[in-house]
Design a protein around this ligand. Structure first.
Ligand code: SF4
Length: 315
């Protein structure tokens, strides 16, 4: 483990290294981030002291997304209080909450001029509300600066934070996203601080609170799950009335992170996409480089159109 990696993931430093697959299949290769727009997006994030999950999670799509100024802002600091074994976001003692962050997020999004934004966060188990009020303040700050921009939140599970989810839903984001990340059998090793059925219940509850709000959730594949288990997750998400499912390939960020079980082929992703569509999701994105926030703006437009078409055909 490099010194930087040990500093970012202190809880993993004592663990033995897992083998890292250096050779990636052709379908995983991405272009280096070199465009002027990429650098302008990076400068803006630095100037406004904002964190992005694109950088913190070492997302492979950063060159493509930032070229179009599609950055996913990560609020509530850069340090997570959980220690999921797939995730590259730094873990440890969380940052002090910055009360001015919501306004800076809104300022950045005003400058980027996006029609759709995705706001996510680290987990803040140390805060009484898990950071829910900060999410709500951020949504309201964006609405004040850019009323025409649609807002997608990708939140933590707010485990043991009664009333937190309600605070975020009340601020009326357009899309509520919460990722299941993997199949229930692998939770102990992949998301040790989380509970599968709690996450599922959270998604279900969003629909109870606001049936018109779009809900979205995703999993990574290549962690050791079976096809039957993926099908079960699809069924569980449909029973929670989730509208949009994403499925992408897990990539191992360091030797201390969960090992890659296998690279799922594009054909297998295509079969998951048709299977999920057949189960009734309004939208499905399943491909090796699918991430929750990848193409989120275009996908939101399709999601809205799919709902309108569904309503029209039912009427
Ligand atoms: S896919 Fe999401 S996390 Fe990755 S670079 Fe694009 S916006 Fe950022």
């Amino acid at each position: 483990m490099t010194d930087t990696a040990a500093l970012r993931h202190p809880e993993k430093a004592h663990k033995p290294d897992n083998p890292v697959r250096r050779a990636k299949p052709d379908w995983i290769r991405v272009k280096a981030p070199v465009s002027p727009e990429y650098h302008a997006t990076r400068r803006l994030m630095r100037e406004l002291k904002l964190n992005t999950v694109c950088e913190e999670a070492a997302c492979p799509n950063i060159g493509e997304c930032w070229k179009q100024k599609h950055a996913t802002i990560m609020i509530l600091g850069a340090v997570c209080t959980r220690a999921c074994t797939f995730c590259n976001v730094a873990t440890g003692k969380p940052d002090q909450l910055d009360p001015h962050e919501p306004e800076r997020v809104a300022e950045a999004l005003g400058k980027l001029g996006l029609s759709h934004v995705v706001v996510t966060s680290v987990d803040r188990d140390d805060l009484d509300d898990g950071g829910a009020l900060h999410f709500a303040r951020t949504i309201r700050a964006i609405r004040a600066v850019a009323p025409g921009t649609t807002i997608e939140v990708l939140t933590p599970d707010f485990l043991r934070k009664d009333g937190a989810l309600e605070i975020v839903v009340e601020a009326r984001p357009d899309v509520y996203n919460h990722n299941l990340e993997t199949v229930p059998r692998l939770y102990g090793e992949v998301r040790p601080g989380a509970r599968y059925f709690h996450s599922l219940r959270l998604l279900d509850r969003v629909k109870e609170l606001d049936p018109a709000m779009f809900t979205k959730s995703g999993i990574m594949v290549g962690l050791g799950e079976s096809r039957e288990e993926i099908a079960q997750v699809m069924d569980d998400l449909r029973s929670a009335q989730v509208d949009f499912m994403t499925i992408g390939q897990y990539l191992q960020p360091t030797p201390k992170h969960h090992v890659i079980d296998r690279f799922v082929t594009p054909d297998e992703f295509a079969s998951y996409a048709s299977q999920a569509r057949a189960k009734g999701f309004l939208m499905v994105s399943a491909s090796p480089l699918t991430r929750s926030s990848h193409h989120a703006g275009d996908d939101f437009a399709k999601l809205r159109a799919a709902r309108l078409a569904q309503i029209a055909s039912a009427g």
